[in-house]
Write a protein that binds this ligand. Structure first.
Ligand SMILES: *Cc1c(COP(=O)(O)O)cnc(C)c1O
Length: 390
């Protein structure tokens, strides 16, 4: 038993070293080797470092072309983007919002900020995203339709929205999720925080739902230091998102009139300056991440008992975080593998604990989470920085 455990951790370390060489290796360091400094200097020289400026508009325009969404609203974080997106989608206090339990806390927190209640549904084993079949079955069991709205029969609350998440950059089965949501009068808001540059059946993730969001945190596929964006093809929702994220102030040259409780969530120009430089490098960044996957794939071929997570055959993934899944009989070795790799200066990490197990969400409504519970303890994210071997 001990011998086995020792061997698996060792083999994993060897496989990672085979790909990345010696030394200390980050989980995901940003790639800042383009025009970031140049644009930052331009931004400072212009004095427009705050919530207005040319870089914000440029970043929004270039991003909207890249993802092919009619409107992009740049904000201060992915979490802020989700909160605004949920609010303009009509999520209100005491509504329930369906989402996977295997996701980053921000997916649930953004609903909580609005007084809404996260409601967890199971994921699919091979893509780790919300399972459309589990969603359908659960909604048929728990909900009823009244006046073209979806109501939870057991809590008496309205279910307003579904938030699928494209886990580690791999697209969920978003077209099937949309179909189920439509049949139950639910609005889909995609948490595509991790999936900039990932496509499902040729269409960019985050552009299927009524709204989608992206994160530009330091560890995401591209970064603005901190930042996020709302994507939508709906001009009215775009307008309202922009309005609410800029304190709901009515345009006027000197008067301060606000017609709603808005938020100070606009992306500062100085962050957008970094974003413009990052967008120039995005094809390169994603290419190197996809190459990294191939190198891991070949290095892990001889490691029995672990699978490397691959893009679904109908999708192109940005491979944001490379992930191994331990075979079921090796579940108990996960912590040893995490400890030994980190002790060897290889920064690996466990997947998030299921949100349904965390203090703030323990009593949230949930469907059976069989796959989530079975798989969560077997996931390990490997070092995935862009440009790791240039
Ligand atoms: C990163 C992330 C967010 C939040 O983004 P921030 O910019 O860090 O606020 C939301 N959801 C998921 C799934 C994420 O990975």
């Amino acid at each position: 038993m001990n011998q086995d455990k020792y061997n698996l951790s060792d083999k994993i370390i060897l496989a990672i070293r085979e790909v990345l060489g010696e030394g200390s290796i980050d989980l995901h360091a940003p790639h800042l080797k383009g025009n970031e400094k140049k644009y930052l200097n331009e931004c400072i020289d212009s004095t427009y470092v705050s919530s207005v400026g040319q870089f914000v508009s440029q970043f929004e325009k270039e991003l909207s072309e890249y993802v092919d969404s009619k409107n992009v609203i740049a904000v201060s974080s992915g979490t802020a983007a989700l909160q605004i997106a949920l609010r303009v989608a009509g999520v209100r206090r005491d509504d329930e919002v369906i989402m996977p339990s295997l996701t980053f806390a921000a997916t649930a927190n953004s609903a909580s900020y609005l007084g809404a209640i996260p409601h967890f549904v199971d994921i699919e084993k091979n893509r780790l995203g919300l399972d459309p079949c589990a969603l359908k079955e659960w909604l048929e069991f728990i909900s009823e339709s009244k006046n073209n709205e979806c109501w939870n029969k057991s809590t008496g609350r309205r279910i307003k929205a579904v938030v699928p998440m494209h886990t580690f950059g791999h697209p969920s089965k978003i077209d099937e999720i949309l179909k189920v949501a439509y049949n139950h009068h639910l609005t889909v808001i995609e948490d595509s925080a991790e999936s900039l540059g990932s496509y499902y059946k040729g269409k960019h993730t985050g552009t299927f739902g009524k709204l989608g969001i992206i994160s530009f945190n330091g560890n995401k596929i591209i970064t603005t230091g901190g930042g996020g964006a709302i994507l939508t093809d709906d001009p009215q929702l775009a307008e309202l998102s922009r309005h609410l994220s800029t304190t709901a102030k009515l345009p006027h040259p000197w008067k301060y009139v606000h017609n709603d409780v808005g938020y100070n969530y606009r992306m500062p120009n100085i962050n957008a300056a970094i974003g413009c430089a990052q967008l120039e490098r995005i094809d390169y960044i994603i290419r190197t991440k996809r190459e990294l996957y191939k190198k891991y794939k070949s290095a892990f071929k001889s490691v029995k008992g672990v699978q490397l997570l691959s893009e679904p055959s109908d999708s192109v993934s940005n491979y944001w975080l490379q992930t191994i899944i331990l075979d079921e009989e090796h579940t108990a070795y996960r912590d040893d593998i995490l400890k030994r790799t980190n002790d060897s200066l290889i920064k690996t990490r466990a997947a998030w604990d299921l949100l349904s197990s965390l203090d703030p969400y323990k009593s949230s409504p949930k469907a059976p989470l069989r796959v989530s519970e079975e798989v969560v303890g077997r996931l390990i994210n490997l070092p995935s920085s862009p440009g790791l071997f240039d």
